[in-house]
Design a protein around this ligand. Structure first.
Ligand SMILES: C[S@@+](CC[C@H](N)C(=O)[O-])C[C@H]1O[C@@H](n2cnc3c(N)ncnc32)[C@H](O)[C@@H]1O
Length: 265
């Protein structure tokens, strides 16, 4: 039982689970080292995977809301769940250098960092097919320290802190394969600030059934509702989990009759 503010997994549990998940990912990558980093995937932007305009719409309106409703100049906090090589996080940092602070989780940071370094250097030397792509202009060969700061959301505590979480074929699709999707969805929901949103793309239909089953639980415990956003490019749908800010309590608390009516002597 997790107490308020504690990490979702104890260090020992986390070590064991992290090793298990990393083994699964490594076994998968050993047959297809660069999956899913096809050139098409690498050249795509964060908006493409969801068919949602994070850069032009979602994030600017989030920043505006925080400024107006909270009367605060604070930076919004974004978490990319399963950020891989950190290209989407870099894209967000480049687009909102003053208004957002961006973090990413990834299981095998050292491998991701090496793969990123080799790739960006090859692009820089003109040796990679993506050398002409402007997407990588200004991207450092080094991973940002905020990327892979945690292996998974399970390493964090249950304090709501992120205004926006984005999962693009990241933690949650892999969590489904590894058999821990309900836990991961619950943990991610707990990390959302009230009014915060979690966008998930690339859940297959089996995983979607798990999410559908979880809806009443998420709503009751975390005031999180689930909706669908059609994605015309991938012919699939992105899920949007919204954590509501207002907790609706019954207008009047009624006591059970035995207690409210004093019994006559
Ligand atoms: C395919 S990469 C996705 C990278 C990036 N979002 C993209 O679309 O290019 C999958 C990410 O999920 C993470 N991951 C893999 N298995 C996981 C698991 N069982 N639990 C949590 N995260 C996992 C990996 O470390 C990696 O960061």
């Amino acid at each position: 039982m997790v107490k308020r503010g504690e990490p979702f997994l104890s260090p020992a549990q986390h070590r064991q689970r992290g090793e298990e998940w990393a083994r699964q990912e490594r076994a998968f990558l050993s047959v297809n080292r660069h999956f899913p980093y096809t050139n098409e995937r690498l050249s795509s932007e964060i908006n493409d995977g969801h068919n949602i305009d994070f850069i032009g719409e979602v994030i600017p309106s989030l920043i505006k809301r925080v400024r107006e409703q909270e009367r605060s100049q604070r930076k919004i906090k974004i978490l990319d769940l399963g950020c891989g090589l950190g290209f989407y996080t870099d894209e967000l940092r480049t687009a909102f250098p003053d208004d957002a602070v961006v973090y990413g989780t990834t299981l095998m940071r050292a491998d991701a960092a090496l793969e990123r370094k080799e790739l960006i250097e090859a692009i820089g030397r003109g040796e990679h097919p993506l050398a002409q792509s402007h997407r990588f202009d200004g991207f450092s060969p080094n991973m940002h320290p905020n990327d892979g700061k945690w292996h998974t959301v399970a390493e964090l505590g249950d304090v709501p802190e992120f205004d926006l979480m984005i999962d693009t074929q990241g933690e949650l699709s892999y969590a489904f394969t590894a058999g821990h999707l309900p836990e991961a969805i619950t943990q991610a929901s707990q990390k959302l600030r009230p009014n915060g949103d979690l966008y998930i793309s690339f859940l297959d239909h089996h995983a979607r059934a798990v999410l559908a089953d979880m809806q009443p639980y998420l709503q009751e415990h975390y005031h999180v509702t689930v909706s669908l956003h059609p994605n015309v490019h991938t012919n699939s749908q992105s899920y949007v989990l919204h954590r509501h800010s207002v907790v609706t309590l019954p207008s009047q608390l009624t006591l059970p009759p035995a207690l409210s009516e004093p019994t006559a002597p």
